[in-house]
Design a protein around this ligand. Structure first.
Ligand SMILES: [Zn+2]
Length: 75
């Protein structure tokens, strides 16, 4: 059973320019004391579709030794 690592990147936001829901790319705007402010850009036209504040990232303690195999394909 594989975990979906694409979950975060699979978010869609409606873009007025494109006229439909588009995949977005999160761009770090600001680092705040209690989190990070991200700007969400349409991957189609690059328009800013909104911002979101993410709480401070937690340590990646969920990664188990041995699960870090070579990435095939890459992104
Ligand atoms: Zn767009």
């Amino acid at each position: 059973m594989e975990k979906s690592f694409d979950e975060f990147n699979a978010s869609l936001l409606y873009c007025r320019k494109c006229g439909r829901a588009m995949p977005v790319r999160a761009r770090l705007l600001l680092i705040l004391p209690d989190g990070e402010l991200y700007d969400y850009l349409c991957q189609g036209c690059g328009s800013s579709l909104g911002t979101k504040t993410e709480s401070a990232p937690v340590q990646l303690s969920l990664i188990k030794p041995g699960s870090l195999g070579p990435r095939s394909g890459g992104n």
